[in-house]
Design a protein around this ligand. Structure first.
Ligand code: ZN
Length: 248
């Protein structure tokens, strides 16, 4: 049964003139990064992400913000991609998908070898001064913390913020425009590990459907697009993707 569905999805990938993957937190769960919607787990234990991870809390209390994020960013930088990331990189290598649109900030698609990675929520790769815009790659970040534990700009002493989209912030316009372009062009959108509920990513499958494209949804738990999906798989994301690859 699962094998038939995997074979069907492999066939859709081969037939599609253009395909793109859309990924969410679920693809990084096998790498040990918990989905923040899972209450009481790891990264978000005992905190309200809406409260800590907002631009207002960053501006109001950067000491608290960085005391939360500094160790987590360090830990996140050490995490390795899993076979689900590797499978999507392999699909791109074979020309079966154009790239990956992701909500994740963890850099795991790039680490796995994906080349076209559209990070609509930014990533931990860099940080920027909110006053003058000076950029700091992740490797330099640790050297600019002051005695309070706040990352401070070496040029203007303004507060430095990770280049991830916080609650209350706009999404990066260039990444969003590229995501829309890929979604509109796709004859197949392969959605992996996302509940497809967080906007604007939640609207991207709609763009593909409206242009006559089809959807494949691989994730545990329900999504608003389940009834519209041509293919629906809900096992382990890595096992499901490896099953698809076995038919290609
Ligand atoms: Zn600055």
């Amino acid at each position: 049964m699962a094998g038939q569905v995997a074979e069907q999805l492999a066939g859709l990938l081969q037939q599609a003139g253009s395909a793109v993957a859309l990924t969410g937190a679920g693809i990084s769960v096998p790498s040990g990064i918990p989905d923040f919607r899972s209450p009481g787990t790891g990264l978000w234990e005992k905190v309200d992400p809406m409260e800590v991870a907002s631009i207002d809390s960053f501006r109001r209390d950067p000491v608290r913000f960085w005391s939360f994020y500094r160790p987590r960013f360090h830990a996140l930088a050490e995490v390795e991609p899993n076979p689900a990331h590797a499978a999507l990189a392999e699909l791109e290598r074979r020309g079966l998908i154009e790239g990956v649109i992701t909500q994740n900030i963890d850099l795991l698609h790039t680490k796995a070898g994906s080349r076209e990675v559209v990070e609509v929520h930014g990533s931990i790769a860099s940080a920027s001064c909110v006053e003058c815009g000076a950029g700091y790659p992740h490797a330099e970040l640790e050297s600019i913390f002051d005695s309070r534990g706040v990352a401070v700009c070496t040029a203007c002493e303004g507060p430095v913020k990770p280049d991830v989209v916080l609650f209350g912030e706009m999404l990066p316009p260039a990444a969003l425009a590229r995501a829309v372009e890929l979604a509109e062009r796709a004859e197949l959108m392969l959605c992996v590990g996302s509940s497809l509920e967080v906007h604007p990513v939640a609207g991207l499958p709609r763009l593909t459907l409206e242009r006559g494209g089809s959807l494949a949804v691989i994730t545990q738990g329900s999504t608003p697009y389940d009834s519209a999906a041509a293919v629906r798989m809900n096992g382990d994301v890595a096992a499901d993707l490896e099953a698809v690859l076995s038919f290609l």
